[in-house]
Design a protein around this ligand. Structure first.
Ligand code: BTN
Length: 254
């Protein structure tokens, strides 16, 4: 890809037609010693994985599905920050392409309230050390309404639908990988602070009344902030602050 200006990210590319999931293959390659920055791309996925056991609809040819192998020097408890790093890079790249993208906590990237991209990070680690992180990203670039299953049509969109023109995949990927590499380097060098600040600027969740669903409970409140580890801080009607590390939020009317 002559457009690619990165140092490491995507310099070694594993391109496939059909894969079950790029995350799955990247995980295996990383296990076998693949290096930092190697990327797996597929034209289509037959079992694209979403967060919380969901599937990521991955029709052929239209969209971008990839997984990057990262070997960050980070204690494992900081690895979840990489998902927010990726969300920032994604939202910036979509904005640069002309769309009004925003991040819904923790890492859904939306345009006009509809999801355009998703991030799934998986890691292999010991208590003290991260072996590797697989950062999987799916971006709906050229999907049209009819490519989404009926039940997703109200909630999903593509960059092409929003811009009203086709989006070339190679140049979008090159722009995204460059931003991603820059944000990953900044995160590695100075930590989560600048990522968190930028995430907050790009977020559409803060300041909203939300319904929070975690594995264990469901409650309503006002999304006030993200803390220094990326957790969402929600003020409940009783005035207390709940710290949500993992879950889903849905905007509700006050
Ligand atoms: C989400 O639920 O929002 C996360 C979706 C992540 C989808 C991407 S597509 C490329 C990579 N391979 C997978 O199987 N999943 C991720």
């Amino acid at each position: 890809n002559p457009l690619l200006a990165t140092r490491d990210l995507g310099r070694t590319l594993h391109c496939h037609g059909t894969l079950a999931s790029t995350n799955e293959l990247a995980f295996r390659l990383a296990h076998e010693g693949a290096e930092h920055g190697e990327v797996v791309v597929a034209e289509q996925q037959t079992a694209g994985k979403g967060r919380r056991g969901r599937v990521w609809v991955s029709p052929p040819g239209l969209n971008l599905y990839f997984s990057a192998i990262l070997r960050p020097e980070l204690p494992p408890q900081h690895a979840p920050e990489l998902t927010l790093v990726a969300a920032v890079a994604l939202a910036e790249t979509l904005r640069e392409a002309g769309a009004e993208a925003a991040i819904k906590w923790p890492n859904d990237v939306q345009i006009d309230g509809r999801k355009v991209a998703g991030i799934l990070t998986e890691m292999s680690a010991e208590p003290e050390r991260v072996h590797f992180v697989v950062l999987g990203i799916g971006v709906n670039l050229n999907a049209q309404r009819e490519h989404f299953p009926e039940e997703l049509r109200a909630q999903a969109t593509s960059l092409s639908l929003e811009l009203g023109r086709p989006v070339p995949r190679a140049s979008f990927a090159a722009a995204l990988w460059l931003r991603l590499e820059e944000w990953l380097a900044r995160h590695q060098e100075v930590g989560f602070g600048p990522v968190r600040r930028r995430w907050k600027e790009l977020s559409c969740t803060l300041g909203q009344d939300v319904l929070v669903r975690t594995a264990r409970l469901e409650f309503r409140g006002m999304a006030e902030d993200v803390d220094e580890s990326g957790a969402l801080l929600v003020r409940t009607p009783s005035g207390s602050i709940e710290r949500v590390l993992a879950g889903d939020v849905e905007q509700v009317r006050p």
